[in-house]
Ligand binder design. Structure first.
Ligand code: ATP
Ligand code: MG
Length: 245
């Protein structure tokens, strides 16, 4: 179903062909984590909720795949956290940016940045790839990205921003460069972050900061790698053939 949705969005001009290939990489890694949210993802999702609750200028960055798969979930998280929503595309055309913004608006977004106002440029990225809204990502303290490119994630970190990345591949450059890496499918991760935001809403700053101080992204990525390798070894022991009898 998810694959069909991305293919349809490609036909509609919301997803680019490169996005279809990225989706395939995601499906592959989803097999490896068991197509379920695992404990290392939950840990990162809780930390993401805490970061978003503490943020002064949070922005959720949206590309074609994320819009195709989880437009409503993006809007719900933005509403829960007062985050701004910004369209940010690696393969940018004005038409595609407009279509994605329309899709987000149809799903309840009040304002979508990054369409007519992508006039600022992230230092270290070539102009076309680095264009962002001067009211959004450019001045954000926290940016949530999903299925993002590694160079762009690194550039945001170099600007001093806290980057929350949703990426099923624990070995991608994005996963390794982010402040908080959620190794989970974007369709499962976003509603969970929203759920944790609601749970933690009454926490005082000190308690949120304590959770973050104890959070270790290096450890979370190591847990993801260990989980995958252990799971594969266990499956090899158990056997994976499907009985047709
Ligand atoms: P990087 O540039 O970070 O090294 P990459 O070049 O392999 O990564 P990109 O196309 O830049 O890949 O980013 C897409 C990333 O999103 C991939 O790591 C892919 O596994 C991941 N991905 C694809 N579909 C999903 C999904 N539904 N949920 C979460 N992550 C996904
Ligand atoms: Mg890349």
């Amino acid at each position: 179903m998810l694959r069909e949705r991305v293919v349809e969005a490609c036909r509609e001009g919301i997803v680019v062909p490169e996005g279809l290939i990225a989706h395939g990489r995601g499906e592959c890694f989803d097999y490896l984590v068991g197509e379920e949210t695992q404990f290392f993802a939950e840990e990162a999702e809780r930390a993401a909720a805490a970061v978003l609750l503490l943020a002064r200028r949070p922005v959720i960055s949206v590309n074609g795949n994320t819009a195709a798969l989880a437009a409503r979930e993006v809007v719900e998280l933005a509403m829960a956290t007062n985050a701004l929503i910004e369209v940010n595309l690696f393969y940018r055309t004005e038409e595609r940016a407009r279509k994605i913004a329309e899709l987000l608006r149809r799903n309840g977004a009040r304002e979508v940045l990054g369409v007519d106002d992508a006039t600022a440029v992230i230092p270290g990225l070539e102009h076309a790839r680095g264009r962002v809204s001067p009211r959004g990502i450019y001045v954000a303290d926290v940016v949530l990205v999903a299925l993002e490119d590694g160079d762009r994630t690194e550039a945001l970190r170099r600007m001093g921003k806290t980057v929350i990345a949703i990426d099923l591949n624990p070995l991608s450059h994005t996963a390794r460069a982010a402040s908080i890496t959620i190794v989970d499918n974007v369709v499962r991760a976003l509603p969970r972050i929203t759920k944790y935001v609601e749970e933690m809403r009454t926490w005082d700053e000190e308690r949120l900061e304590k959770l973050l101080k104890e959070y270790d992204n290096e450890k979370v990525l190591a847990e993801a790698l260990r989980f995958i390798s252990k799971r594969l070894l266990e499956l090899a022991e158990e056997g994976v053939t499907i009985s047709l009898g």
